[in-house]
Design a protein around this ligand. Structure first.
Ligand code: FES
Length: 328
């Protein structure tokens, strides 16, 4: 393996006496091959250049999740990321701690807030009336993806909603919740769905897909959130802005094949909520972006309806292509 010099631009963070964090960027020149991992290079910095550099690591095998940090444009596992895959044309890559969590020192973050969210969803099977002792052969297929999660926090770090909403459960906790809602042995599926339908739960996700892009284990948290939403609606937990918004989309597409944006806002947030958004409406009007109040029927509406009908009658899990396990 040919060796060359690379530059690691590392964010150094130091807690001050008043509790604030002082940050600065520091560059280190390191040597390695294209497939040398970022973790190996960080260890070389710590071993030979600056012993005070602080970061977490343990398994070195993409299993424990402790080395997740921002590398380049997103959060990655340092032990799984090859330097050659992330450097720019000058051989430089920036490394900083995970986002959305308090920084302790350099690249180490306080993981308590993340695990508090995981605990909030009760990550264990609950006894209750919905427990089924007959576990079908395909039951594991439904949760196969989400059980791959190593709790590294990468999805939480790159989640755009967690950035603006401190109380949002976040993609990892919701994916974990899906794992229990989908388990035939779980006794309180409906109770779980009710609680997840409340504020800061599954309907707060803005579907930016960052969690899917960043997850090093291909867990696809957003896909789990979408399935949770479907199950929540099926159980009748429809009293919320997110649910009304989703149902307005569903109704328009099945009725006319075209979204009626003129009435979408009032159907999602109600009349009073719409009044609060009048400023935005005027702004749109000034820019000539007010949608037509007259919905038109899209061409090929019969085909759209046929697709909806088929999916409703034969729901398929997009990942496993197996029939969904229904929460009893
Ligand atoms: S050191 Fe365990 S996942 Fe990287």
């Amino acid at each position: 393996m040919e060796s060359r010099k690379y530059t690691l631009r590392i964010q150094r963070n130091q807690k001050q006496d008043d509790g604030s964090i002082a940050s600065e960027w520091q560059e280190f020149t390191v040597e390695g091959g294209e497939t040398t991992t970022i973790l190996t290079l960080l260890e070389s910095v710590k071993g030979y250049q600056d012993g005070s550099l602080t970061f977490r690591q343990s398994c070195r095998s993409a299993i424990c999740g402790s080395c997740a940090m921002r590398i380049g444009d997103r959060t990655r596992l340092a032990c799984k990321t090859h330097i050659g895959s992330v450097v720019d044309e000058n051989g430089l890559v920036s490394i900083s701690p995970q986002r959305n969590q308090p920084v302790l020192k350099d690249l180490a973050i306080d993981i308590d807030p993340f695990f508090k969210k995981i605990k909030e969803i009760k990550p264990y099977l609950l006894d209750g009336p919905e427990s089924d002792t007959q576990v079908g052969a395909s039951a594991y297929d439904q949760v196969n993806n989400v059980t791959q999660c190593i709790m590294c926090g990468s999805c939480y770090s790159d989640c755009t909603m967690s950035e603006v909403s401190e109380n949002y459960l976040g993609p990892a906790a919701l994916a974990k919740a899906f794992r229990f809602v989908s388990d035939p042995r779980e006794g309180k599926k409906t109770e779980r769905l009710k609680s997840l339908s409340e504020d800061h739960g599954m309907w707060s996700c803005v579907r930016c897909v960052q969690c899917v892009a960043t997850c090093p284990k291909d867990v696809k948290p957003m896909e789990a959130i979408v399935k949770l939403r479907t199950r929540g609606i099926e159980k009748g937990f429809i009293d919320g802005v997110g649910q009304r918004h989703a149902m307005a989309f569903h109704n328009d597409i099945t009725n006319t094949g075209d979204l009626n944006e003129f009435t979408l806002l009032s159907r999602s947030v109600g009349i009073f909520g719409s009044i609060a958004e009048l400023g935005v409406a005027f702004h749109l009007m000034k820019k000539g972006k007010i949608p037509s109040p007259f919905p038109h029927k899209a061409e090929g509406i019969q085909e759209v309806r046929a697709m909806y009908k088929d999916l409703e009658e034969n729901p398929l899990d997009v990942e496993t292509k197996a029939a969904e396990v229904e929460p009893e």
